[in-house]
Design a protein around this ligand. Sequence first.
Ligand SMILES: [Zn+2]
Length: 302
Amino acid sequence: MNGSGWIGLFLFIFALALSASAAENLTAHFIDVSQGDSILLQFNEKSLLIDGGPPEMGPRLEEYLREQNVSHLDLLILTHPHDDHIGGLIAVLADLPVKQAMDNGENDSSLIYKRFRAFMEKKNISYAPAYAGQEIDLDPALKIEVLWPPQGGLSGGVKLSRHAAMKNPWESIVVRALSGDMNQNSLVLRLTYDRISLLFMADADTVVEKSLVSSGINLSSQILKVGHHGGTSASSPEFLEKVRPAVSVISVGEGNYYGYPTERTLSNLEAAGSSIYRTDTCGDIIITTDGLSYSLSSEKNC
Ligand SMILES: [Zn+2]
């Protein structure tokens, strides 16, 4: 090799070293909010919060965000307006600056959801419902796909419930009970950073899983936030076969009333060869990745 060849090789190695050292870490915090979901994602000085756990966990969530030096949120996502997902977000919205917010477009008639939306107006937060087929633009290095729900909701039943909500809140509760439930309209997100993917199922059930599988969309993800707190209504073997998660995270409260996670879900995850981490036994679960490999740590030994 002549002199210029050596210089070229040196520059090439130098560029490789630079690109390796420039790789940012993505950190996913599955925060222990007892019976509920709350996930903080941090990347390149940006923060995204998905759900906020139940209302009584607001102060714990705020403390956690403070500990992570989160002074504002670039994006706040509500997967669906059930109490165990929307509750803690009210305290966060009251105290932290939020640039942008998204939800599943359910437009729920509950008081707590009205409070949630009132913050959008009051604090001038840019708000839009998200739906399948969109990509969320948080950072050019991250691909965040919205996989569910379809635009306009899952079915006519859900649309009817929205219409009824305007006329009569009680009627809306009855229609909603008859037309399945809000879990089927949960926002499902798949985040990919280079070669690592994380799939966030919120409270989506097997109806959603079936639709996703039959759509043929790529679900393959090393890390799965298990649907519906490990309840039997989610995590079917057919779905897990497509996801093939190495790690499954279950966000669930100790001794919860529903008996989550169920034995059936746990055995489905085990049969799929996935390692299981639960917030009721592990506390906060933190996954860090540079896009090529990942590491996991937890608050408690589990
Ligand atoms: Zn839930």
